[in-house]
Design a protein around this ligand. Sequence first.
Ligand code: S3P
Length: 169
Amino acid sequence: NRGEAVIKNFSLIGMPGCGKTTIGKILSQKLGMDFIDLDEFIQLKIGLSISNIFDIYGEKFFRNIESECLKEVLEKEGQIIATGGGIVTVEKNIEILRNRSIVFYIKRNIEDILKNVDLENRPLLRDNKNKIYELYNQRYKLYEKCAHYVVDNKLIDEVVKSIINIIKN
Ligand code: S3P
């Protein structure tokens, strides 16, 4: 032990459009930590957009790659990681996330999400954005199970403040 603070990972989970990427970027700036957007990481690795991966190879393939990428990312430390909304649908991801990071569930009202969610690269919602209700019903318990902390996203500044408070304590 050379006296440094323990550098951990902090993961953000929650529904598509709940603010994971936005919040993650702000946190990484404020805390001086690396920011990883897992969807971005996957797109770079495969060389295709998320939508194209779904269209060409299907969801099952995407979930396999997503799990592999999650493991790879979590081998390092000192990162803020914004995950994809479906990360918790694979049981072993929950275990890996909890073991290798402090997990924050960003909880946001579905009506608020629907007001400004970008459907461009969200293949599961592209055809019918109301499918988000079905996804939420399938997932909310998994988000709660995976999370060390649950934070409400009404205002971005407030979520960022409460996460920083938790981290600094
Ligand atoms: C997904 C959410 C997306 C992306 C993929 C699948 C999901 O990430 O990983 O389209 O199953 O909810 P966001 O949560 O950033 O939209």
